[in-house]
Design a protein. Structure first.
Length: 77
């Protein structure tokens, strides 16, 4: 998965979760302590968002990032 595909998928999940909680982008920004612009960038799939505020947004929504082995064989031995 490319970084663009990842951020677009993440953005769609954030947007859907926000909607399911009936929160506006402004509401989410206030609750997470980030700007509304940042929330918009996450939902648009911008590839250069900062990790700490992203984690604040995800935590506010009851979501988390997980790191796991890739489904494809890595290049490492």
């Amino acid at each position: 998965m490319s970084s663009r595909e990842f951020t677009e998928s993440l953005g769609a999940k954030v947007r859907a979760r926000r909607g399911s909680l009936s929160l506006s982008q402004s509401d989410l920004a206030d609750l997470a302590g980030v700007s509304e612009r940042f929330v918009r960038f996450v939902e648009q799939g911008k590839t250069t968002v900062q990790l700490e505020p992203l984690l604040a947004v995800l935590g506010t929504l009851g979501l988390e990032l997980k790191v796991q082995p890739a489904s494809k064989q890595s290049k490492l031995p």
